[in-house]
Design a protein around this ligand. Structure first.
Ligand SMILES: Nc1ncnc2c1ncn2[C@@H]1O[C@H](COP(=O)(O)OP(=O)(O)OP(=O)(O)O)[C@@H](O)[C@H]1O
Ligand SMILES: [Mg+2]
Length: 260
């Protein structure tokens, strides 16, 4: 075994940051997730791909504790998702999320400075919040003098950067993002993918992202999960899945998706 393989196997043997075990989620008669198991390890970013309605957003909501499985287990560092206020604060500052639609996830009545400082306030994170806001704005390629403006005064790509800046403010280890670039046009999309790649590199951030775009998953994620009608069709290292998309469905899904 090479040193790299040894490091990898050590990582894979360690406790996942976040995991689902046999998670089923029913919405009335609709089975959105059917016995889904997956694990996210620190340092191994993961991309979830699958058709509309496959259950991708449901997975992220359950991992964030925003939704509860009908059956199955959700674990953060090997323990059930926290319930007490103090433990919940630790969880929320470790795991942050960028939602599918920045238009509805950014409060239109708050200026950008307040929006980004909000998780710092609600998580009671000590330190100079204004300085941290400036810092994260720079990280996503926005200017600090934008803090007094409101979400409506920004483009879609800028709003998505603001949502990412807000998620980064509490210094999370894991950033979950639901289609972070899908609503954007090609050049803005490429810029934002670059921003995400730099954040990964510079902050050692682990990402769990949902994307229709396999090209983006290939660029940003070491691991990949193919979801179909609420079950995991294939999962494993992105290189391996892309090289040998074994299941017919994954092959079809990859063929249907433009690769960057
Ligand atoms: N709150 C809800 N109430 C009822 N049904 C729901 C709810 N949330 C999700 N569903 C259903 O669960 C299934 C999975 O939905 P989900 O939003 O997770 O899909 P998705 O893979 O994120 O799709 P998309 O790519 O369109 O965002 C769908 O059939 C959806 O209609
Ligand atoms: Mg979705």
């Amino acid at each position: 075994m090479s040193e790299k393989e040894a490091q990898m196997s050590e990582k894979l043997n360690s406790t996942p940051l976040l995991e689902l075990e046999n998670v089923t989620r029913d919405f009335g008669a609709t089975r959105a997730l059917d016995s889904v198991s997956l694990a996210v390890y620190a340092g191994r970013s993961s991309g979830i791909v699958g058709e509309s309605g496959a259950g991708k957003s449901t997975i992220l909501n359950i991992l964030m504790g925003l939704d509860t499985p009908t059956s199955g287990e959700v674990r953060f560092r090997g323990a059930p998702l926290p319930r007490t206020r103090a433990d919940l604060r630790t969880f929320r500052s470790t795991v942050q999320m960028v939602f599918q639609d920045p238009r509805s996830s950014l409060d239109p009545r708050m200026n950008v400075g307040r929006i980004i400082a909000e998780p710092l306030r609600s998580l009671k994170i000590p330190g100079d919040h204004r300085a941290r806001v400036d810092e994260v704005l720079k990280m996503v390629g926005l200017e600090p003098d934008m803090t007094s403006r409101f979400p409506a005064q920004f483009s879609g790509g800028q709003r998505q950067r603001i949502a990412i800046a807000r998620a980064l403010a509490p210094r999370p280890e894991l950033l979950m993002a639901d289609e972070p670039v899908s609503a954007l046009d090609v050049s803005v999309k490429a810029q934002l993918v670059q921003v995400l790649a730099e954040l990964k590199e510079n902050l050692g951030l682990t990402m769990l992202m949902v994307s229709h775009d396999v090209g983006i998953v290939r660029l940003l994620c070491e691991e990949m999960v193919v979801l179909r009608h609420g079950h995991v069709e294939e999962a494993g290292p992105t290189d391996r899945i892309l090289a040998s998309a074994t299941q017919t469905y994954t092959r079809e899904l990859l063929a249907a998706i433009p690769v960057l």
